[in-house]
Design a protein around this ligand. Structure first.
Ligand code: HEC
Length: 134
């Protein structure tokens, strides 16, 4: 069946050509930097205390290596389950991401505590530096 073969070729070509191209880094919407404490040494030291105070280490390990939360819970790699930007992580802490597995531990934390603990987590990062959007 010659005709149907061409139809198949056309279909496949259409699929390939119809793919939206990969956005280059410049075209991607810039993540908003919302954390007032990123890079602030005192806040980072406090953030580390907050981490242990709220037992984040019970699931993520003492140095963010995943622990009980497993691979998605690794805090220093460049694999982010719901995004790496400040807004996504803040929402995750507050339990505002639909179907998230992580419990809403941040519901009993102040905004300040959340931003400080996130500032500390940022210092653990060992991923590709060009992927930093915070
Ligand atoms: C009961 C276990 C548990 C506790 C306690 C917990 N987490 Fe999580 N956390 C998870 C899991 C599981 C994920 C993976 C995301 C998901 O599936 O919702 C995660 C994801 C994260 C992420 C994003 C990681 C990524 O790669 O996308 C951050 C940041 C984070 N947690 C920070 C914290 C902080 C800070 C605390 C303490 C205030 C905390 N977590 C307490 C289980 C936990």
């Amino acid at each position: 069946m010659k005709d149907s073969r061409w139809l198949l070729v056309a279909l496949i070509l259409g699929l390939i050509l119809g793919q939206p191209g990969n956005l280059s880094a410049q075209d991607q919407p810039k993540a908003k930097k919302l954390n007032p404490y990123t890079g602030n040494p005192e806040a980072i030291a406090e953030g580390r205390k907050v981490y242990f105070l709220y037992s984040c280490n019970a699931c993520h390990g003492g140095t963010g290596g995943g622990g009980m939360a497993g691979r998605p819970g690794i805090l220093y790699d460049d694999n982010w389950v719901y995004g790496s930007d400040d807004e996504s992580l803040f929402k995750l802490m507050r339990g505002q991401i639909p179907n998230q597995t992580m419990p809403a531990v941040g519901q009993s934390m102040t905004d300040d505590e959340i931003w400080k603990v996130l500032a500390w987590i940022r210092t653990l990062y060992k991923g590709d530096p060009s992927r930093i959007n915070w």
